[in-house]
Write a protein that binds this ligand. Structure first.
Ligand SMILES: Nc1ncnc2c1ncn2[C@@H]1O[C@H](COP(=O)(O)OP(=O)(O)OP(=O)(O)O)[C@@H](O)[C@H]1O
Ligand SMILES: [Mg+2]
Length: 307
């Protein structure tokens, strides 16, 4: 087999969801169950090796739940999730653990995701002990921290001694130290000052290039999505209603909900965009977006719309 044949044999899809459904019991104010919420409602999605796929949608549309289902942090009610061609949902639990190393998540709030009583170095070493036993955890953690710009004596400080941006760098170091292939970035910039957001965005892009990472990037910030995402998926009420090359989705949105969402997101201030999205979700759903059956139809090469 020639080198070209060998690379062609590697599928371009790294993570693939098929028909993923995740419901939660819906409770009233007294904690009584009153039906179910379909947080993810039959999602098919193929994330390509090396790409950044943005996932946008109003608050409560199911973005984080879908991310957690992909990472096996949440068991879907039905449907399958494959990583690198292996159907994880068909594996026994014990074998699934092998894949926890390959898939990592970076959350919005770096403070709650770090252990306040342990140093930066200890925080980064912690998952290594579980996910990469046998590796030189200390050397790997030092290397990962250096890659995000935290070096020397600073590695022995506790989270409280760092700024918000630096704390998010420690969280990123912890995610990359285990050498994942796929990282879900769940609003990784939302808790940071505007000036710091650009630096952390650059860092994520540099790491992606250097470490061959594939990202699912959940965000409310249109300008960041435009800057870094190769493709964008739009989610509404648990379903993907539109998916395509980022520039195309923004320049010629095909689904009524995408147009509605872009109008809300088109503001320079991400905090304001978030407030607007929360206002939308608090409102009763416009009838136009309800009662959607259908399937994604390809309206232009690689551009899909729920019809
Ligand atoms: N653990 C849970 N238990 C019960 N309901 C949940 C749980 N997680 C999510 N939900 C519900 O599922 C729906 C989707 O929530 P999810 O957090 O995935 O949305 P999201 O798009 O990430 O929103 P946001 O932009 O606010 O982060 C919501 O109705 C939410 O209340
Ligand atoms: Mg979320």
């Amino acid at each position: 087999m020639s080198a070209t044949d060998a690379s062609a044999a590697v599928s371009s899809t790294l993570v693939e969801a098929r028909g993923v459904v995740k419901t939660y019991p819906l409770r009233n104010a007294w904690g009584r169950t009153r039906g179910t919420v379909r947080a993810v409602d039959g999602v098919d999605l193929a994330i390509r090796r090396g790409e950044t796929l943005a996932l946008v949608g109003e608050s409560g549309s199911g973005k984080s739940t879908l991310g957690r289902c992909l990472l096996q942090m949440e068991e879907p009610d039905s449907g399958t999730v494959a990583y690198d061609g292996v159907d994880l949902t068909a594996l026994p639990r014990a074998r699934r653990a092998d894949y926890h190393r390959s898939m990592q998540i970076i959350f919005q709030d770096p403070f709650s995701s770090l252990n306040p009583h342990r140093t930066a170095l200890q925080n980064v070493m912690e998952p290594l002990a579980v996910l990469a036993p046998g590796a030189d955890a200390r050397a790997r953690a030092v290397e990962a921290l250096a890659a995000v710009g935290i070096e020397g004596d600073a590695v022995h400080r506790r989270p409280r001694a760092f700024s918000g941006g630096q704390r998010q760098r420690i969280v990123i170091a912890r995610a990359i130290a285990v050498r994942p292939g796929f990282v879900v970035c769940d609003e990784p910039l939302s808790a940071l000052d505007m000036s710091i957001q650009a630096q952390v965005t650059d860092l994520l892009l540099t790491l992606q290039r250097e470490l061959d990472l594939t990202y699912l990037f959940i965000s409310h910030d249109l300008s960041v999505v435009r800057q870094i995402a190769t493709r964008t998926a739009v989610m509404n009420r648990g379903r993907i209603v539109e998916l395509g090359p980022t520039a195309e989705v923004f320049a010629s949105p095909q689904h009524a909900y995408t147009r509605h969402l872009l109008d809300a997101m088109l503001t320079a201030d991400p905090a304001e965009a978030r407030r607007r999205l929360e206002r939308i979700s608090a409102r009763p759903e416009p009838a136009a977006f309800e009662a959607e059956g259908g399937a994604l139809a390809e309206v232009a090469p690689g551009h899909f719309v729920l019809r």
